[in-house]
Ligand binder design. Sequence first.
Ligand SMILES: [Zn+2]
Length: 132
Amino acid sequence: MDLATQTHLTKLRDSLTFRLSELRADVHAAEQAQRELTGSSAHEVTDRKDEAAQQSIADVDGVQEQRDLDEMTEVEAALHRLDNGTYGDCSDCGEPILLQRLQVQPATQRCAPCQTAFEHVRDRSSLRRASS
Ligand SMILES: [Zn+2]
């Protein structure tokens, strides 16, 4: 591995580590908020409309939290790949992922064509789930 690549990898590791700490803080804050919400709703919410409103807030937080958790898994996997030297190779076709792509999305595990194919399949299957 040449020095330039090594430098890039160090930078990418830094941004992944930073992103991971951000996500951990987000998830922690969301859990804290969730706890306060459920704690207070048991005592204060008597109106059914309030209850519904609180529930929908909790749902939105839940979606955001799930997204954070998903990203956290991706970032952790990317850091793991950095450790075992497989980072930067596409998980589907095994070709090296373009550095420009890694700089924008350090946690990505696929090259652009494979990611497009993957999202296409995923969109189609979620479409099927929605219509059934
Ligand atoms: Zn690929």
